[in-house]
Design a binder for this molecule. Structure first.
Ligand SMILES: Cc1cc2nc3c(=O)[nH]c(=O)nc-3n(C[C@H](O)[C@H](O)[C@H](O)COP(=O)(O)OP(=O)(O)OC[C@H]3O[C@@H](n4cnc5c(N)ncnc54)[C@H](O)[C@@H]3O)c2cc1C
Ligand code: FES
Ligand code: FES
Length: 517
């Protein structure tokens, strides 16, 4: 079960001590500029259903109800270090309890006496036809405009930046050219006049709420939604429950269990209010990223380790998904096609796992036991992932998916090694999409260990890969495609290491051999 660490979580204070924590049974947030307290009848209520059915704000649309189309995009503001930080979110898969202590802005809140620059620009550039996608685009453009304003200075975003902000919004009739032009125009405009005043007011409300330091604990007929504020409190909740609760982080997976699978989750413990899980610690020899750190926030840290990791994160879902989805969720969901686990394993990551009795640490690769089976007891949670501050010099990763943006990998390869006098040392090759879990290619690693990176080594390593994996065929790719792609990624990696005399493309032909084509 891994190494026990000391001093992680305080010993469980038990049910009575938790009851002594100040708590609240209503969800409290600012909608536009109005502070609200809402009784929750269902812990699984989505923000979108609340907005449309209870608040009668029908500008926010439901397209796919699974985080793909962006028609439901809203802005969420959170108080960090006394200032508001805005992120975009898909309201269809965000749960209402998750916006406790935050501000929610919908398309209805943007215009005042005049239209918001994002709205006006969509009109000026004919960016809307049927209009179904338009509110979502307007919200994403408004978020981009906010990103581009630093005090009084305004930056004009480049095309890639616009694409990054709009990749999570789909339009079926207008075409993207006019919408991109609208985004460019909106970013050259000043923020609306009301903006500074509204920000100050909202900041003050959220600041007061933060000081009260109350735990949201809503028990209703259909279940419990709780948002513990410390790891100790979380550990107590976990030891208290008779049936295992569902740990909720960004809900970019869990939201779909509710909207697509119709699952009724009866006990939800939200991790997004625990500041220690949202912390990034840079130490001399290691980088520790809290489990509840969003993918968007982790991106600059991981890009510093490797630009390839930065590109991978740029291609992870879209902005809405990256802003809410977390590192811990991407690991703990145990998916064989999650993007981060293979890369983090190749980098030599370890996982810190917490519970009422403290913390233990395991190599990340040991966390994944089999499909849907992780080394995590019912009373435990993933606390953080720890990476070496200086990864091995030769790291590279690549995601193969049908689309550049907003797509899950068919195969992902991550490679890392050190060359000592031209000989391979400490090869760590890990693949996603090739087995029931993210898994190291041990035979392939052994085939290169202590060898020079030449054509013979590559051929042997590629054949060893065949022994390592027996991939499945599914809607994303056939088994044959996966084997071929994995071998070609290894080829590309060798090229990346400046080995030029290796054959370029391989076609998988029989279970035992590759033929050059
Ligand atoms: C449109 C869309 C695009 C996507 N694109 C990608 C993609 O490109 N690449 C990719 O890899 N994934 C993708 N995903 C999947 C998902 O976004 C990621 O897996 C994400 O990292 C999940 O994190 P979360 O915080 O939202 O997890 P949640 O949905 O909150 O939870 C997921 C699971 O992890 C558990 N969990 C969460 N945190 C912890 C913790 N700290 N300790 C223990 N258990 C925990 C939960 O109980 C649950 O079982 C996509 C999803 C959507 C909807
Ligand atoms: S409705 Fe499609 S992303 Fe929410
Ligand atoms: S205007 Fe019709 S979907 Fe975009």
């Amino acid at each position: 079960m891994g190494t026990a660490l000391t001093g992680g979580v305080e010993p469980s204070p038990g049910r009575t001590a938790r009851a002594m924590q100040p708590s609240r049974n209503k969800v409290r947030f600012v909608l536009g500029s109005t502070p609200l307290e809402i009784s929750l009848d269902d812990p699984c209520l989505t923000l979108l259903d609340y907005l449309r059915n209870q608040a009668c704000l029908t500008g926010t649309k439901e397209g796919c109800a699974e985080g793909d189309c962006g028609a439901c995009t809203v802005l969420i503001a959170e108080l960090y270090d006394n200032s508001l930080k805005y992120t975009v979110a898909n309201a269809c898969i965000l749960l209402l309890g998750m916006v406790d202590g935050k501000q929610v802005l919908t398309v209805e809140h943007l215009a005042s006496d005049t239209l918001h620059p994002a709205q006006q620009a969509m009109i000026d550039h004919h960016g809307s036809q049927c209009g179904f996608c338009t509110p979502g685009f307007v919200m994403s453009i408004a978020a981009l405009q906010l990103d581009e304003h630093h005090g009084d200075s305004i930056q004009t975003p480049g095309r890639d930046q616009i694409d990054q902000h709009l990749a999570g919004n789909l339009c079926r009739c207008t075409g993207y050219g006019p919408i991109i032009d609208a985004a460019r125009q909106a970013c050259t405009q000043p923020l609306p006049d009301y903006w500074p005043h509204q920000q100050t007011a909202v900041q003050s409300i959220l600041g007061q709420w933060q000081k009260q330091d109350e735990t949201l604990h809503v028990e209703c007929e259909s279940g419990l939604f709780a948002a513990p504020r410390t790891e100790a409190e979380l550990a107590t909740y976990l030891s208290d429950q008779h049936s295992p609760p569902t740990l909720l982080a960004g809900a970019t997976d869990i939201g779909l269990w509710i909207t697509k699978q119709g699952r009724q989750l009866t006990t939800l413990l939200y991790l997004g209010q625990i500041s220690s899980l949202k912390t990034v610690n840079r130490r001399e020899d290691e980088l520790e990223i809290g489990a509840a750190v969003s993918l968007q926030r982790a991106a600059p840290e991981l890009t510093r380790l490797s630009p390839d990791l930065g590109l991978l994160l740029r291609r992870f879902g879209a902005r809405q998904v990256r802003s809410q989805g977390t590192i811990g969720g991407n690991i703990a969901n145990g998916s064989p096609i999650g993007d981060l686990p293979p890369t983090l394993i190749a980098l030599g990551a370890t996982l810190r796992i917490g519970c009422a009795n403290g913390q233990r640490e395991i190599p990340l690769e040991d966390f994944f036991i089999d499909y849907g089976q992780q080394d995590l007891a019912d009373n435990e949670y993933v606390a953080s992932v720890v990476l070496p501050a200086r990864p091995q010099p030769h790291f590279w990763c690549s995601k193969i998916a049908k689309r550049f943006d907003q797509d899950i990998s068919a195969v992902l390869g991550a490679f890392s090694l050190t060359l000592v006098d031209g000989f391979v040392h400490n090869a760590r090759f890990c693949f996603g999409g090739m087995a029931t879990t993210p898994r190291r290619a041990r035979r392939c690693e052994a085939a290169v260990e202590g060898r020079r990176l030449d054509e013979d080594t590559l051929a042997e390593a590629q054949n060893a890969l065949l022994q390592d994996f027996d991939p499945i065929a599914d809607l994303r790719a056939s088994a044959r495609y996966r084997r071929t792609v994995a071998a070609n990624l290894l080829d590309k990696y060798f090229r990346f290491l400046n080995v030029t005399d290796v054959p370029s493309v391989y076609e998988f032909s029989s279970p035992q051999a590759f033929t050059h084509v």
